[in-house]
Write a protein that binds this ligand. Structure first.
Ligand SMILES: [Zn+2]
Length: 116
């Protein structure tokens, strides 16, 4: 099972580049030629350069942008919606074994010696 992510409309790439530019941590970078991103992936998403860009910051910024852009929220809402809800309920499956009433029948050894 592979999740299919819709392709990013080109019109939003500009904003993506801006977000990346805002999160750059170094001025000079040989990896991305100072662009801040390596390129785009198969989903037309900008791939930030991890050498000179705060990738987590970019993700945060991008999520915020998606949240405030209805068109993008429609496309990616499922992927960027709050996933941070902690699931604390752990439902055990095997339940119900609690009965301890089970007297084991011990047949005492009865020695019967019939010796006459
Ligand atoms: Zn770089």
């Amino acid at each position: 099972m592979s999740e299919k992510i819709p392709r990013l409309p080109d019109e939003h790439l500009g904003r993506a580049r801006e977000i990346v530019a805002e999160k750059r941590t170094k001025q000079k970078c040989k990896v991305c030629y100072d662009r801040g991103y390596i390129g785009t992936n198969q989903d037309n998403m900008l791939v930030p350069c991890s050498k000179c860009v705060d990738v987590e910051g970019v993700m945060e910024g991008w999520r915020a942008y998606v949240a405030e852009t209805p068109a993008l929220k429609e496309l990616y809402g499922d992927y960027f919606e709050d996933e941070e809800e902690e699931e604390g309920t752990d439902e055990g499956e095997d339940k119900g074994e609690g009965e301890g009433e089970g007297e084991s029948e011990d047949e005492g050894e009865s020695e019967k010696s019939d010796k006459g």
